[in-house]
Write a protein that binds this ligand. Structure first.
Ligand code: NAD
Ligand code: G6P
Ligand code: MN
Ligand code: MN
Length: 432
C-alpha cells in the first residue's frame, strides 16, 4: 500500500485532499496518511486530523490516518510527500501584505515584496525537508503547493538537488472552469495550452477538432466581467492590450497590467484592516469551528471561499497519474528542459504537461511574442535572484530582487522596505 506524508497537515485545505483520495480509492491503494505539523499548529492538526479520520471511516476505508509533530517519522518510507505549510503562519502573511502597503506598494502573498519574503522564509525549510527525504524516502515524489510554489519547487531542484519534485497551483483549473462556462462547454470538451511560470502564465484554448477559440474567449471575457480567483479583487483588463497579447493572461496579471488600480483597491482594504490575510484569518476561524463538529463527516461547502479551492484535488490527480502512469494533461511547475525556449533549461516553468510514471513531460511551447517574453524573462530572473538570496542570505541579492521586481520601485524606497521587512520577519530568517 501507499504511504503519503503531508507537511502542514493542519491546513484548512486538508479535507479537500482527503476527499480527493477517497474519490480515487479504486486507483490509489493507500495504506497510510501522515499529517505533520509543528507545535504552533498542534491544535489545528488535531481538529482537521480528526475530521480526516471521520471522513475515511465514513467512506468505509481502512486507511490509517496518523497525526504527528515528528517529520522524520512521517517521511520514513513515504511514497509521496505533499507540502502545504506556512512558515510564520498567517501573522507573517499579514506583515507581507501590510508593510509594503504602508509605503503605497503592493503587498500580496506571492507577488511583490510579500512574495519575495514568503520565499525567504520558506526556502530554508524546503531544503531541510528534501535533505531528510534523501535519507528517509529517496524514491518519493515531492508534490509542492507551498507558495511561492514555483520558486519553492525550483529551490528544491536546484539547491536541494532533488529531482522528483512537482509544483502545483489551482489558477489554471480556475481559468479552465470559468472559460469553458463562457463557451457553454465542459472543460473536458476543450484543450488548454498553458505556458509561463507560476502565477505568471498565459494560455490558449482549442476545441477538440483543433480549432483555436482564444479570440472568441477574449471577446466574451469583456462582456462577462466575472471573478476567477476568490483571493484577487477583480478589475477588468484593458481590452486593446489583451487583444494584442493573442493569449489569455492569468488572473495574477492584473497586478502587472493594472498595477495602480490594484494598489488603490488594496489600500482601501488596508485602511479597513481587511487585507486578504486578515479576511482569511476570520474565514479560517469559521472553518475550524465547523470542522470541530463531531457529526461532520465530509468536506464542508465553506472551504470554496478560500483562494486555493481545487488545488488539493489536483494534487490527488497528480499522484494518481504518476502512480498509474495515466498520462493526464495537467499544468504543473516542472523543469523547463527547453519547453520554453525563452527561459533557461534548468529553471522551473509552469506549463501544460503529460503526467507519466516518470513524472511530468512538459509540452514544447516554443517562443513567446516580445510582450510576454519581456515580462517573463524579467520575472524569472527576479525569481532566480530571490532563490539565491533565500539560500545564501546575501543582502545585495535580496536588494537586487526587490529592484528587479516590477511591483517594487527601485532605489531608496526598495532599500527602506527591505530593511523594515528583514527586521519584521527576523524570527523566520535564520539565513540573513
Ligand atoms: P496555514 O496557515 O493553514 O498553514 C498550514 C499549516 O502549516 C499550519 O497548520 C501550520 O502550523 C503549518 N506549518 C507552519 N510552519 C511549518 C513547518 N515549518 N513545518 C510544518 N508545518 C508548518 O496555510 P494554508 O492557508 O493552508 O496554506 C498552506 C500553504 O499552501 C501556504 O504556503 C499557501 O501559500 C499555499 N497555498 C498554495 C496554493 C497553490 O495554488 N499552490 C493554494 C493555496 C495555498
Ligand atoms: C490562489 C492561489 C494560491 C494563493 C491562494 C490564496 O488562488 O493559486 O497560490 O496563494 O489562492 O488563497 P487565500 O484564500 O489564502 O487568500
Ligand atoms: Mn497558486
Ligand atoms: Mn523594482
Amino acid at each position: 500500500g501507499i504511504k503519503i506524508a503531508t507537511i502542514g497537515g493542519g491546513s484548512s485545505y486538508t479535507p479537500e485532499l482527503i476527499e480527493g483520495y477517497i474519490k480515487r480509492k479504486d486507483e490509489l491503494p493507500i495504506k497510510e496518511i501522515w499529517l505533520v505539523d509543528i507545535e504552533e499548529g498542534k491544535e489545528k492538526l488535531e481538529i482537521v486530523g480528526n475530521l480526516a479520520k471521520r471522513m475515511v471511516e465514513e467512506a468505509g476505508l481502512d486507511w490509517e490516518v496518523h497525526l504527528t509533530l515528528n517529520r522524520k517519522e512521517a517521511l520514513k518510507d513515504a511514497d509521496f510527500v505533499t507540502t502545504q505549510f506556512r512558515v510564520g503562519l498567517l501573522d507573517a502573511r499579514i506583515k507581507d501584505e501590510r508593510i509594503p502597503l504602508s509605503y503605497g506598494i503592493l503587498g500580496q502573498e506571492t507577488n511583490g515584496a510579500g512574495g519575495i519574503f514568503k520565499a525567504f522564509r520558506t526556502i530554508p525549510v524546503i531544503l531541510e525537508i528534501v535533505d531528510e527525504m534523501k535519507e528517509l524516502c529517496p524514491e518519493a515524489w515531492l508534490v509542492n503547493f507551498t507558495n511561492p510554489a514555483g520558486m519553492v519547487t525550483e529551490a528544491a531542484m536546484k539547491y536541494g538537488n532533488y529531482e522528483k519534485v512537482v509544483g502545483l497551483c489551482n489558477v489554471p483549473i480556475g481559468h479552465n472552469m470559468m472559460e469553458s462556462k463562457i463557451l457553454g462547454k465542459k472543460p473536458e470538451e476543450l484543450r488548454f495550452i498553458y505556458a509561463g511560470i507560476n502565477h505568471h502564465h498565459w494560455h490558449r484554448i482549442y476545441d477538440k477538432n483543433g480549432k483555436e477559440l482564444t479570440t472568441e474567449v477574449i471577446d466574451k471575457l469583456f462582456s462577462n466581467n466575472s471573478n476567477i480567483m476568490e483571493n484577487i479583487k477583480f478589475i477588468p483588463f484593458i481590452e486593446e492590450q489583451i487583444r494584442d497579447l493573442e493569449m489569455l493572461p492569468c488572473a495574477y496579471h492584473q497586478y502587472y497590467y493594472l498595477t495602480d488600480d490594484m494598489v488603490k483597491k488594496e489600500l482601501e482594504e488596508f485602511a479597513k484592516n481587511s487585507t486578504r490575510a486578515e479576511v482569511v484569518k476570520k474565514l479560517e476561524d469559521e472553518l475550524f469551528e465547523i470542522y470541530k463538529d463531531p457529526n461532520l463527516k465530509h468536506k464542508p461547502e465553506q472551504l470554496s471561499k478560500r483562494g486555493g479551492a481545487y488545488y488539493s484535488d489536483a494534487a490527488c490527480e497528480l499522484i494518481s497519474s504518476i502512480y498509474n502512469d495515466k498520462r493526464t494533461d495537467m499544468v504543473v511547475s516542472t523543469k523547463n528542459n527547453g519547453a520554453l525556449t525563452d527561459l533557461p533549461y534548468d529553471c522551473v516553468v509552469e506549463v501544460s504537461s503529460i503526467i507519466t510514471a516518470s513524472g511530468p513531460q512538459p509540452l514544447n511551447f516554443g517562443k513567446f511574442k516580445p510582450a510576454q517574453r519581456g515580462l517573463l524573462q524579467l520575472m524569472k530572473a527576479m525569481e532566480e535572484i530571490t532563490i539565491e538570496a533565500a539560500v545564501t542570505g546575501d543582502y545585495g541579492k535580496a536588494l537586487q530582487a526587490f529592484i528587479l521586481n516590477p511591483l517594487i520601485p527601485s532605489g531608496t524606497i526598495a532599500k527602506k522596505l527591505l530593511n523594515e521587512m528583514l527586521i519584521a520577519h527576523k524570527k523566520y530568517l535564520p539565513q540573513f
